[in-house]
Design a binder for this molecule. Structure first.
Ligand code: 5IU
Length: 489
């Protein structure tokens, strides 16, 4: 590889990571077992500069490998725009494979003009087992088209090349997963433990073209578990986070050694400030409900911000936004509270759909902020079901706004898998199980070790203690000990 091309490839690898075309964590795959790395090259259509670079490099690769063919054909759907650009740049006519044959008119599988005996180069984005390439090859071959080569953007190195070679097709990849891992490692974007976990998984998770694992049920797939989020340290997760606020909070938690959030649900400004002063050294996050403060004022907010700076904790307004985008945008930045001007974090319901996140983002003027999305609640009889929970997590982990979502408010460790998000769990108290209004409590150890909480929210457990500062210390100690035990396993 020429030095210039090599630098271009490295820059592109970093860019792909930056735009979330791939992520590290613990992801459900088509083939059944979880994977520590996840690719979604569909996002590149939103970045014309990335599209340009990827297709330039593909064309260069095709030329250098002398992959001359009469046609090009992209594997539907992600690779279709890439195949289009390759076709244009090389003036090679394109063929389009239908995923489903038309039910009416001509039942053609392949669109475009061709003759039996014509050659065709396959273009694909990511190869795992190679089965998608083989589906396309089969349809082309059934029309008499000759396929000998496939050019792909990423080879996950899980046996795809060997699988398609068995069918007489050679694979030429721009990137291997190892190259991507090494490039990110060299650039300090991921840790050695991540590289090792992925390498271990890839070595053991070799896949046959029918989707089964080489070695069958006995395949040793341990590596996949090494990136399960509840086993990773907050430092590691800071590096995997996509939201700047999540990064900051994870690092703060690790440095200050606390995963305690104080829910300062008090109705007098002076009482909240007093509590913030006493508990500040032991918390990572202070959560407010400003609409219950009877004497709210700008000076209350500036005093709270001063304490947050002095004691190094983050501010969250637990506003639970739930309206259409335009309204939440106004609620977030205007009115008496001007929440976006001071709260590092806010909470929001996902009930209105993805537009809630976009509405909040639209209110910002360059401030570094984040949102926690609600996926579960601690109150008995709440209406959230599994489908709602899953869709909420999708909003938090997919799409163009993932850099704004710092975490998820939920009650269970299997709610989401991506380790770059923070799990915030309320409903924590040492001595009680319920209150009179439907709140259900768990112990600090239970929420961290069993329910997967990264930050535990404690309100009345501290606020109503005879010595709140001592109570904050107790909660901090027990929550932190539970976390260190959890990651030591
Ligand atoms: N809170 C919950 N449960 C939830 C959600 C938020 O308790 O499911 I979402 C908030 C409400 C209150 C704090 O501000 O967390 C818990 O306070 P107590 O520890 O006093 O119950």
């Amino acid at each position: 590889m020429l030095a210039e091309t090599s630098n271009q490839m490295k820059a592109l690898a970093l860019k792909l990571f930056e735009i979330n075309a791939f992520k590290f964590g613990d992801f459900k795959m088509k083939v059944g077992i979880n994977s520590p790395v996840y690719f979604d090259l569909r996002v590149i259509v939103s970045y014309p500069d990335v599209m340009q670079t990827v297709s330039d490099l593909l064309v260069e690769h095709i030329k250098s490998q002398e992959l001359n063919s009469k046609h090009v054909c992209g594997v539907p759907y992600t690779a279709l725009p890439l195949a289009t650009i390759v076709s244009l740049q090389q003036s090679t006519p394109m063929l389009v494979r239908r995923k489903e044959a038309k039910a009416y008119g001509t039942k053609k599988l392949i669109e475009g003009i061709f003759n039996a005996g014509d050659t065709c180069l396959i273009v694909e984005d990511v190869v795992t087992s190679g089965s998608s390439i083989l589906d396309t090859v089969r349809d082309l071959q059934s029309e008499g088209i000759v396929v000998t080569d496939a050019v792909v953007v990423v080879d996950r190195e899980q046996g795809g090349a060997a699988n398609i070679a068995k069918h007489g097709v050679r694979m030429h990849s721009l990137f291997t997963l190892s190259f991507l891992l090494n490039t990110l490692r060299e650039a300090g974007r991921i840790e050695k433990s991540t590289v090792d976990a992925v390498a271990k998984y890839i070595a053991s998770a070799q896949i046959n073209s029918d989707g089964s694992f080489v070695g069958g049920d006995k395949a040793n797939l341990d590596g996949a578990n090494d990136l399960v989020r509840t086993r990773l340290t907050y430092e590691t997760r800071a590096n995997l986070a996509k939201s700047p606020l999540a990064k900051r909070l994870f690092n703060l938690m690790a440095n200050k050694q606390t995963n305690l959030c104080l829910a300062a649900d008090l109705t007098k400004a002076a009482d909240i400030l007093d509590m913030a002063e006493k508990c500040g050294p032991y918390i990572c996050l202070l959560k407010t409900h400003v609409d219950i403060v009877e004497d709210f004022s700008d000076s209350f907010i500036s005093s709270l911000q001063t304490l947050a700076k002095q004691h190094n904790f983050v501010l969250m307004e637990d506003r639970k936004f739930a309206d259409i985008g335009n309204t939440v945008s106004l609620q977030y930045s205007k009115g008496i509270y001007k929440i976006s001007s001071w709260a590092d974090l806010v909470t929001a319901h996902t009930l209105p759909g993805r537009s809630i996140v976009q509405g909040l983002k639209a209110a910002l003027e360059g401030e570094e902020r984040g949102v926690f999305l609600l996926a579960e609640m601690s109150s008995s009889g709440n209406l959230i079901d599994d489908k709602y929970k899953e869709t909420s997590v999708k909003i938090a982990t997919e799409g163009g706004d993932v850099d704004f979502v710092a975490g998820v408010v939920c009650q269970s460790s299997n709610c989401f898998a991506f380790p770059g998000l923070i799990q915030l769990t309320p409903g924590v108290k040492i001595n009680e199980n319920v209150d009179k209004l439907g709140q259900q409590y768990q112990t600090p150890e239970h929420v961290v070790k069993q329910l997967g909480a990264d930050i535990a929210v404690v309100g009345r457990g501290i606020l109503q203690a005879s010595n709140p500062q001592q109570a904050a210390i107790n909660y901090r100690d027990r929550l932190w000990a539970a976390y260190t035990e959890r990651v030591a396993k």
